[in-house]
Design a binder for this molecule. Sequence first.
Ligand SMILES: [Ca+2]
Ligand SMILES: [Ca+2]
Ligand SMILES: [Ca+2]
Length: 177
Amino acid sequence: MTTAVRNTRLEKRFDKWDVNGNGRIERSDLEAEAQRIVKAFGESPQSPNGRAVIDSFVHTFEYLAQRAGVGPNGALDKGQFLRVIETEVFQSGDAGFGRVVRPMIQSILNLCDTDGDGEVSQAEFGKWMKAVGVDPSQATQSFQQIDVNGNGKLTVEELVQAVKAYHFGTLDAELLG
Ligand SMILES: [Ca+2]
Ligand SMILES: [Ca+2]
Ligand SMILES: [Ca+2]
């Protein structure tokens, strides 16, 4: 059952990231997706924080493409994408999520960390949810689920674990749009 949820969510991720809809994920797709997220936060893609989000998405693409054997300028079809995520992220557990997901989450965190304390408050999280298109009425519940230690703030670690839980089907909060 978990595997089914996992594959469904991963296929959804593929479709989302295949921004130009040609059935393959390329560097330009991840660049476009990052730009979309940056703009949704009301930030300029040319600002340092905006630039950092785009860089982290492109870097993730290059890493996955290299691991999949297509080279940093190559393209991943759906099968290649599912396989490389399975081996490089899912089977590598926390190390895999740390390597692939954490830089993206960290760059988005920096974008929405208005008070600059390095963590995401409830208000900042509301901005995040709005930017990725999640119904604001779900934001409070998601926040509480992600805030595992219950201190009213989300660390990058709690957010990375939430992405992991989402893809393993144990949490419904979507963070990467
Ligand atoms: Ca594409
Ligand atoms: Ca903050
Ligand atoms: Ca916390």
